[in-house]
Write a protein that binds this ligand. Structure first.
Ligand SMILES: *[C@@H]1O[C@H](CO)[C@@H](O)[C@H](O)[C@H]1NC(C)=O
Ligand SMILES: *[C@@H]1O[C@H](CO)[C@@H](O)[C@H](O)[C@H]1NC(C)=O
Ligand SMILES: *[C@@H]1O[C@H](CO)[C@@H](O)[C@H](O)[C@H]1NC(C)=O
Ligand SMILES: *[C@@H]1O[C@H](CO)[C@@H](O)[C@H](O)[C@H]1NC(C)=O
Ligand SMILES: *[C@@H]1O[C@H](CO)[C@@H](O)[C@H](O)[C@H]1NC(C)=O
Ligand SMILES: *[C@@H]1O[C@H](CO)[C@@H](O)[C@H](O)[C@H]1NC(C)=O
Length: 615
């Protein structure tokens, strides 16, 4: 390991405070501009005395080195495969150069601002300042903006820095990030589950006897994906986790009801899974309160996540991470405005922990273009750090195919019609998960848009796309160009041919049986397929760890070289969206940007991973 080590923040602060300025102040120049997405309306000036929490992303000392390590330890053909990094080794790579830390601190102290905190690697500095001070610091004006759904946040469309700091600071948020994460769940309780037109009863009786297409259960998944025979034995050494945002938390009594009905031996996990609160995230062991169920109507997503994971992976230990900072939120005197930056808050908290689960599932996302590139890039780099430490991050690919109805316009002020890619699934250091439906054969999940009781419900189609922010990573070179060629020019100009294609893999994602607020219902989405697949990957890790091997870690380099053999290719379906009637990208033989390499075949996955199992 050779990486940078440099100044400690506190020592640097003391030094800088005493030293004469290293560089005279340079003139301000615009560092970043970003259009407010169409869904947001500009209101009045933000309250100048309201306190904001600014996260300052300092340029990391040697991210390229970290990335090299990540790819080496994740490449099954490399001698370092499986030799994941320690927290200290990761921090040594990303710690900013001494000059960077000193110049940024000097600038803050000159403006009378003391850092309120920093990450251990010191690549992020947190400050709490009134809006008026942030405006002065960044030579900008903050306005309140209202989202279509009523959420109000204080943001700006451009900000500046002294010129000499441009190469030392990657991003400062909240400023231009109109982040509006939402759960990738499509629940049509109002419309009711209905048998897809393309559904055929499976001829295979072991499947048809346990799989009901309008209410799929753990028994169905464990049969369909052949996990039933496997008994986890790694104990505490192996864990699986999932993240909750927007005020969500998994409800233990609902989890108990679900497991009692569908996985009775797993009932203890309803009360034994660990729940972590980050930045004020809700911790609650009892049922939903009347306000939570009837007014806020929260925790559909969190319940789905915990139930899908526990149902397939019992007795593997589960951790739940609830991150606070829930909109709507207008900065006021007492509460720093910290909403809408959920992934960063979570991932930086996680990176401070000595250890964390080897698989973590996230079922949230939003169009990539609502997040400024500089910010998305830094969040993605933080995910790379998690991967380097040996954890697989799985993200849902979204539920609107190539884009929601009436949403497919560029955010560059020109409103050009185009397919929309989603973030964070587009980050090349995470694994994207799409959704399927039906059983023989499975095909990509789809349900047409419709009106339910006079209310428009948009289509559900497994999220699909090519990033506009990240180039195609090398590991995709063997399959993605061939797919694009097979399109023979269809959709040219609507998507980025050079971009990272997603998802990487998929799993069932239509009409999961689940419990919420004491009652059984069904729920769908890549929100469902992602925790299900996370549970299955954690079973593979169990087999690896039990045979004295390393867990899979960052999956993609392995997946595109070997792991794909552990997935059943899906060849039927399309990504719909953007236009209500036209079909978008087709599902094809081999990798495609709707179902990736397909759905898991657990025994083959264990073989591809090289675990020593008795068959
Ligand atoms: C399938 O599930 C639906 C919804 O729960 C239920 O109404 C139906 O009876 C089930 N069908 C079978 C054959 O069990
Ligand atoms: C039926 O499905 C099960 C579970 O996927 C599989 O193990 C079995 O081989 C299948 N049987 C036939 C005849 O295809
Ligand atoms: C939630 O459960 C409570 C208690 O059973 C019930 O009174 C309430 O109507 C339920 N709310 C919803 C939205 O289902
Ligand atoms: C009930 O929910 C609303 C909407 O989220 C919230 O504003 C209010 O504070 C909640 N009330 C209580 C008593 O928790
Ligand atoms: C939903 O209803 C609106 C208003 O009646 C109509 O314009 C629209 O075409 C309907 N959409 C669908 C998908 O049925
Ligand atoms: C959707 O409609 C737009 C404008 O009518 C058209 O340019 C585009 O080709 C259509 N997209 C698809 C996927 O058919």
């Amino acid at each position: 390991m050779r990486c940078f080590t440099s100044a400690l923040l506190s020592a640097a602060a003391a030094q800088v405070a005493l030293a004469t300025p290293i560089k005279a102040r340079s003139a301000y120049a615009v560092k970043e501009t970003h259009f407010a997405p169409r869904e947001w309306t500009k209101l009045d000036r933000a309250n100048g005395v309201g306190v904001m929490q600014l996260q300052i992303g300092l340029k990391q000392g040697n991210f390229e080195e970290l990335e090299r390590h990540l790819y080496e330890v994740s490449d099954p053909e490399h001698e370092r495969y499986g030799k994941h990094l320690t927290a200290g080794e990761v921090n040594d790579c990303v710690r900013p150069k001494k000059e960077t830390s000193e110049l940024v601190l000097e600038w803050l102290l000159e403006n009378g601002i003391e850092p309120a905190g920093s990450t251990t690697a010191e690549d992020w500095i947190i400050v709490h300042v009134p809006v008026s001070v942030a405006e002065h610091l960044l030579d900008t004006e903050y306005h309140n903006y209202r989202h279509e759904d009523g959420t109000i946040v204080a943001r700006t469309t451009h900000w500046s820095l002294p010129r000499h700091l441009h190469s030392h600071i990657d991003t400062i948020q909240p400023s231009t990030s109109f982040f509006h994460a939402s759960a990738n769940r499509a629940d049509w309780v109002a419309g009711g589950a209905e048998v897809p037109a393309s559904f055929k009863t499976p001829a295979n009786e072991s499947i048809s006897s346990v799989c009901n297409v309008t209410s799929v259960t753990p028994e169905c998944f464990s049969t369909l994906y052949s996990t039933k025979w496997y008994k986890p034995t790694a104990g505490d050494k192996n864990q699986v986790g999932f993240t909750n945002y927007l005020g969500e938390f998994p409800v233990r009594p609902d989890t108990k009801l679900f497991l009692q009905k569908y996985r009775p031996e797993a009932v203890p996990s309803a009360y034994s899974f660990k729940a972590f609160s980050i930045d004020g995230g809700i911790l609650q062991d009892g049922p939903l309160t009347r306000n939570q169920s009837d007014v806020e109507q929260i925790s559909h997503e969190a319940n789905l996540d915990v139930q899908a994971i526990a149902g397939i992976s019992w007795p593997i230990k589960i951790s739940s991470y609830s991150t606070g900072g829930r909109p709507p939120h207008i900065p006021d005197l007492t509460t720093p405005d910290n909403n809408n930056e959920p992934y960063l808050t979570w991932v930086n908290w996680l990176l401070e922990q000595d250890s964390f689960p080897q698989v973590i599932s996230t079922s949230y996302g939003e169009p990539e273009q609502t997040v400024p590139k500089s910010y998305a890039e830094r969040v993605c780099r933080q995910f790379a750090q998690v991967g380097a430490r040996g954890t697989s991050l799985l993200f849902s690919s979204g539920d609107r195919g190539v884009g929601g109805t009436g949403k497919c316009y560029s955010n560059d002020g020109k409103n050009t019609y185009k397919f929309l890619s989603d973030f964070p699934v587009s980050c090349p250091y995470v694994t994207g998960v799409g959704a399927t439906m039906n059983f023989e054969p499975e095909e990509s999940a789809y349900r047409a848009p419709r009106n339910v009781s006079g209310q428009f419900r948009d289509l559900y189609s497994s999220g699909s796309g090519f990033s506009t922010y990240w180039k195609r990573p090398k590991y995709q070179d063997g399959v993605v160009p061939a797919y694009i060629e097979s399109l023979a020019g269809a959709y040219d100009g609507l998507y980025n041919k050079e971009g990272r294609g997603y998802p990487d893999v998929s799993a069932q994602g239509l009409y999961f049986a689940y419990f919420w607020n004491g009652t059984e219902g069904t729920i769908s989405g890549t929100s469902a397929s992602t925790p299900l697949l996370s549970g299955i990957i954690s079973l593979v890790n169990d087999a690896l760890i039990s045979s004295g091997k390393s867990p899979l870690g960052f999956l993609n380099p392995w997946l595109y070289k070997k792991g794909y053999r552990g997935f059943t290719d899906i060849t039927k379906g399309f990504a719909y969206g953007c236009n209500s009637t036209n079909k978008g990208f087709p599902v094809t033989e081999g990798w495609d940007p709707i179902t990736g390499f397909g759905t898991p075949n657990f025994p083959e996955l264990v073989r591809a991973a090289g675990a020593d199992c008795e068959w």
